[in-house]
Design a protein around this ligand. Structure first.
Ligand SMILES: Nc1ncnc2c1ncn2[C@@H]1O[C@H](COP(=O)(O)OP(=O)(O)OP(=O)(O)O)[C@@H](O)[C@H]1O
Length: 272
């Protein structure tokens, strides 16, 4: 498997707290890689560093062998690293299709002078953009909601729209932050299917943080387990579920936080 991302000895401290340390992992090209771990394990901090929202204290993030650690989000976006958020950030007053058409960067139409002197080209770009947005809606089976205000969508539909927004870019690596949070089981199934199709048919590589272990088991291979800021183990979910060190990490985490049953989180049918 060729690597798309190689993280080497990554660390991030907040004052005296080492949120991530000695963290090394690979994201293979064309994989759907999962990232799990108890609360406070450092998953979001790691995502923030890959997406450029946080500058690492030390270590490397190699994207196709180029060190991208510390590059700003817009530079990473241009390279095809796209992050979607736990809370979808649609423009509520705009329609679904308008939300999609907003995404492409640096269109000719956004440059005032160009819009005066290159009117034909601007029109052509806009038509191309609209056609792409229509095909995204078709792919996500959201065409019936094309002219709906995005603010009126359900939580799960907003997540599909968020996935659609990544499809309007030249995404190479999509970082999905808890796609399953707050989504009903039917839409969860649709979302999972879309991720699989984007992976299979469009060659997107995904890295997913998720507390729903069934969703992780369904989608991800490999799965990395983070605990106390570093990689505890990685492998297939069915092996990870049986790993006593993983159970131990979750038991420790749950004792400090929610107090829920760590065993049931990891067993089939349980969410963290
Ligand atoms: N901006 C920050 N300033 C100070 N401490 C932070 C900051 N962000 C995260 N931390 C701390 O870093 C540690 C790792 O947090 P992080 O959010 O990365 O964990 P997580 O695995 O994503 O947890 P969860 O599953 O609960 O979202 C925690 O102890 C957290 O309190």
């Amino acid at each position: 498997m060729r690597r798309l991302i190689a993280i080497r000895n990554l660390a991030k401290s907040f004052g005296g707290l080492q949120a991530v340390h000695d963290c090394s992992l690979d994201i293979g090209r064309g994989t759907i890689t999962g990232l799990i771990g108890p609360n406070g394990a450092g998953k979001t901090t790691l995502f923030n560093m890959i997406a450029g929202a946080l500058r690492p204290t030390s270590g490397q993030i190699l994207f196709e062998d180029r060190d991208i650690a510390g590059l700003p989000p817009h530079a990473l976006f241009r390279m095809g690293i796209v992050r979607t958020f736990q809370i979808p950030h649609e423009f509520a007053e705009m329609t679904v299709i308008e939300n999609l058409m907003l995404v492409p960067q640096a269109q000719t139409g956004e440059r005032l002078l160009a819009s005066w002197v290159q009117w034909g080209r601007v029109r052509a770009e806009e038509e191309e953009n609209r056609a792409r947005a229509e095909s995204v809606l078709d792919f996500l089976q959201l065409t019936r909601l094309r002219d709906e205000r995005a603010g009126n969508l359900s939580g799960g539909q907003k997540k599909l729209l968020e996935l659609g927004r990544t499809m309007m870019t030249e995404a190479r690596l999509v970082l999905l932050d808890e796609p399953g949070a707050g989504v009903n089981p039917t839409l969860m199934g649709e979302l999972a299917e879309m991720v699989q199709r984007l992976n299979r048919e469009r060659g997107y590589t995904f890295c997913i943080i998720e507390h729903d272990m069934d969703l992780i088991a369904r989608l991800c291979d490999p799965v990395y387990v983070l605990a106390e800021g570093t990689v505890l183990t990685h492998g297939r979910m069915e092996d990870i579920r049986r790993d006593p060190r993983v159970l131990e990490a979750y038991l420790g985490g749950s004792a400090e936080t929610a107090g829920s049953s760590a065993g049931s989180r990891l067993s089939a049918g349980g969410a963290a």
